[in-house]
Write a protein that binds this ligand. Structure first.
Ligand code: G1P
Length: 283
């Protein structure tokens, strides 16, 4: 299956660090966020990835390319582990790139992938969202096979945070699976139809690509994928599944910090020492 990874956003919630640097290249425990995303897609059997990039995103392309000088240096100095690490990255998948000329929103970014996905269902993985565990995409696939429709991942969030996300309304048809009856992009907390937030992973049918060109700018004056899905449910069923693990939105400073701490605590290399440091800091 193919996957689209939108990575064209300007990262305005992360300035000034993202002034010239893609937010998708920020490190999370020593690895850029987008590498986690690509590895998750590959683990789900995706072998063809289309990244939607734009001006100022060259570092992403360079990261998934060979680094001949660096490889030569590591080879000469006998740093075989590091060499293997560096060489594995371009071998992960076939990565293709298309540039979104102007940032016009997530819906527009996904639409830029239409000539690539053609008439097949495809995944969308947001380039700044990490979903650990590799269970999410197989779960989307399972529900897609069962109901033959588009499926999106959702996560319950505290009511005060719903305005940061696309939010669904629906009824639960089996544990953790919702038939979607409405979607709203970043509603005010008191108008949100539920606390189930869309969480950066989608398996979409090609019908979405027919709808997107007709979607007008919505929230934030951007063409929203959520608005296209709202149209989609008038024509096809759409299901949502709750993640069975915590996903991490790394697009703002606080949640990026939390992602780093949470994932570092789980590593053998840093876990114990970091726990001690945190205990010391918290006194
Ligand atoms: C996007 C989507 C939103 C979703 C969020 C997190 O918003 O438009 O529906 O809930 O990602 O996956 P963004 O964070 O890019 O503004």
């Amino acid at each position: 299956m193919k996957a689209i990874i939108p990575a064209a956003g300007l990262g305005t919630r992360f300035l000034p660090v993202t002034k010239e640097q893609p937010k998708e290249m920020l490190p999370v425990v020593g690895k850029p966020v987008i590498q986690y995303v690509v590895e998750e897609a590959v683990a789900a059997g995706v072998d063809d990835i289309l990244m939607i990039t734009g001006r100022g995103k060259r570092a992403i392309e360079d990261h998934f390319d060979r680094s001949v000088e660096l490889e030569d240096l590591l080879e000469r100095s006998g740093a075989t582990d590091k060499l293997r690490q560096v060489r594995n990255i371009p071998d992960l998948a076939n990565v293709f790139y298309v540039r979104q000329g102007r940032p016009r929103g997530l819906g527009h970014a996904v639409l830029c992938g239409a000539p690539h996905t053609l008439d097949e269902p495809f995944f969308v993985l947001l380039g700044d969202v990490i979903v650990p565990g590799n269970h999410c995409l197989p779960r989307l696939q399972e529900i897609h096979k069962k109901y033959g429709s588009s499926v999106i991942a959702v996560e319950p969030v505290e009511q005060q945070y719903v305005s940061r996300y696309g939010v669904i309304a629906g009824h639960e048809v089996e544990p953790g699976v919702w038939k979607v009856t409405d979607l709203v992009e970043k509603p005010p907390a008191n108008e949100a139809p539920s606390n189930l937030a869309i969480f950066g992973r989608y398996l979409l049918t090609p019908r979405v690509m027919e709808i997107l060109p007709h979607i007008e700018a919505g929230r934030g004056n951007e063409i929203q994928l959520t608005d296209a899905l709202r149209e989609l449910i008038l024509r096809e069923d759409l299901y949502a599944v709750t993640l069975d693990c915590k996903g991490y939105d790394t697009g703002n400073i606080l949640s990026w910090l939390e992602t780093n701490v949470a994932l570092a605590l789980e590593t053998e290399e840093f876990g114990d020492q970091l726990r001690e440091s945190l205990e010391r800091l918290l006194g």
